[in-house]
Ligand binder design. Structure first.
Ligand SMILES: CC(C)(COP(=O)(O)OP(=O)(O)OC[C@H]1O[C@@H](n2cnc3c(N)ncnc32)[C@H](O)[C@@H]1OP(=O)(O)O)[C@@H](O)C(=O)NCCC(=O)NCCS
Length: 146
């Protein structure tokens, strides 16, 4: 599949926000725009484009630890999965100058995501029990680049 990965721009915010909500099957909230607008301007946000449409996105931030980038969200339209879109989005973030380590947290039961991260070289470094108020657990995964 011939797709392109590019830095997102202001104006991509609404499409990314809608795609993220669809991919995570969460109720779309118009208020998410209050986050997505500054993210597309100031965070590391990339979009995957196929046939002029956004089919995937990644949202990442530099952290207080120099060289460490945190991946907050990654999502690919169901019709475009298993073609390496997420893999390319992660690679793009890892190419940021000075990036030595990628970190993320995810649901231990989300097999698609956990398998993808493992194949990409992420390792579970911590189990975060009762991470959320509803008792949901998370796992912290890390990929060291150099
Ligand atoms: C998790 C998610 C982002 C993965 O996206 P994706 O684009 O399908 O991921 P990739 O295609 O890069 O990798 C998935 C599989 O395709 C394979 N693949 C990678 N490059 C490929 C290529 N060029 N051609 C064919 N397959 C490829 C990968 O090896 C992987 O194989 P596996 O299923 O055996 O593990 C996607 O399923 C999604 O949006 N899920 C809902 C949201 C979500 O859970 N996000 C993560 C939250 S932590």
């Amino acid at each position: 599949m011939d797709f392109e990965v590019k830095r997102a721009e202001l104006g991509d915010d609404k499409k990314l926000m809608e795609l993220e909500a669809r991919c995570f099957r969460i109720k779309y909230e118009r208020n998410f725009i209050w986050f997505w607008k500054p993210f597309t301007q100031h965070a590391y946000v990339y979009k995957a484009i196929f046939d002029k449409k956004i089919v995937g996105g990644i949202l990442a931030f530099p952290t207080k630890h120099p060289g460490t980038i945190y991946i907050e969200s990654i999502f690919v339209d169901t019709k475009f999965r298993d073609h390496g879109v997420a893999t390319r989005l992660i690679e793009k973030v890892s190419k940021h100058a000075g990036c030595r380590e990628l970190i993320l947290d995810t649901m231990p039961g989300w097999k698609n995501a956990v398998n993808l991260y493992r194949k990409q070289g992420f390792r579970v470094v911590k189990k975060l029990k009762n991470y959320y108020e509803d008792g949901t657990d998370r796992v912290l995964m890390v990929k060291r680049l150099r």
